[in-house]
Design a protein around this ligand. Sequence first.
Ligand code: FES
Length: 158
Amino acid sequence: MLTVHVNGEERDTPRAERNLLSYLRFDLGLTGAKYGCGEGLCGACTVLVDGQPLRSCMTTVGAVAGGDITTIEGLSSGETFEDLHPVQQAFVDEQAMQCGYCIPGFVMGTVGLLNRESSPSTAQIREALAEHMCRCGTYQRIERAVERAAQMRSGGAS
Ligand code: FES
């Protein structure tokens, strides 16, 4: 039996070779991470492992068993708007969602970016999110949301 840490809880799994995205969605019911391409290209399945983004569609549970896995469900309780993580709030404030399918991946990618770089440049934002796809094309709003999130973290956003 393998123990993994997901959103601050210990979970047991008998199958180290289980695909991480499938494990999260089907075994744990954490459906925030989405299946898009299944090939590591679209970013819809992005989760954090030890604070950094990882494509869960391309990873086995065994490969991340020693790390702290965070899905979008682990960012906030989601019960009220006041509980939103600052990055989630920034995406709401900038109306960055259209259909919303890709947004959990973008949010997790942004959290990972801000964990590495608290005040990213436009070039750093574009590089960090370059392999996230939005079929609705809200890239400009997403970019503004990332900038707003960085400002919120530094206490500068209104
Ligand atoms: Fe994992 Fe597209 S579903 S990168």
